[in-house]
Design a protein around this ligand. Structure first.
Ligand SMILES: [Zn+2]
Length: 200
């Protein structure tokens, strides 16, 4: 299963820093943690976070942020225009869209594994409190969290691929992560982190 929050060493948080860029001032929260690389995260509220390995100097962080300014501005604009943080009201239209998008992304994921529709686990979705998805070897079914419809399609695909990796690797062991690196989109770790930040 893909838990909504991964286990992590308690991160150290530094609040409310500011950087002046060619695109104007950007406020951001800097969080140091036991990670290997820098990451830029934009919450659904529009809040900007930088995640950095322990010991990263301020200059490196500012250079990193400055290099992402264009992407950041574009993303923030998109965020305020399309994305939303409240759960979407359940309507027949939403369920229709969910069925279409989940089925499409699941089919794409199955294709990567070379699984025919007959071989692939049956796909279901329901409201889930602590997981984005699950795979049951007993029933050969994959279940997605209904709220994933609010996430970008790459996140839906990432969860589908994660659960499909469980078909031959039940546990989150080395073999599982080898399969993940083989079948996921190259930037799946960022997609996962973004999903956790938005809905975790
Ligand atoms: Zn899992």
């Amino acid at each position: 299963m893909l838990p909504k929050q991964g286990k992590a060493v308690a991160p150290k948080r530094v609040n409310c820093l500011n950087i002046s860029t060619s695109q104007g001032d950007i406020k951001y929260t800097l969080i140091y943690s036991a990670r290997r690389s820098l990451a830029l995260i934009v919450r659904s509220s529009g809040a900007v976070e930088i995640r950095a390995p322990f010991g990263t100097c301020q200059e490196t962080i500012e250079k990193f942020l400055a290099s992402k300014t264009c992407w950041l501005k574009k993303h923030l604009t998109r965020l305020t225009s399309v994305e939303r943080s409240d759960p979407l009201p359940e309507t027949p239209e939403l369920e229709q869209r969910r069925a279409r998008i989940f089925t499409e992304q699941y089919a794409l994921a199955c294709e990567r594994f070379g699984m025919s529709a007959d071989e692939a686990p049956r796909l279901r979705w329901r409201s889930m409190r602590t997981q984005w998805g699950s795979y049951s070897a007993k029933t050969h079914r994959i279940c997605l969290n209904s709220r994933l419809i609010e996430a970008p399609v790459e996140a839906i695909r990432m969860v589908c691929v994660h659960e499909l990796c469980h078909v031959s690797n039940l546990h989150h062991d080395k073999a599982f992560y080898r399969a993940m690196d083989r079948y996921q989109d190259p930037h799946w770790r960022d997609v996962k982190e973004q999903l956790e930040r938005r809905f975790g």
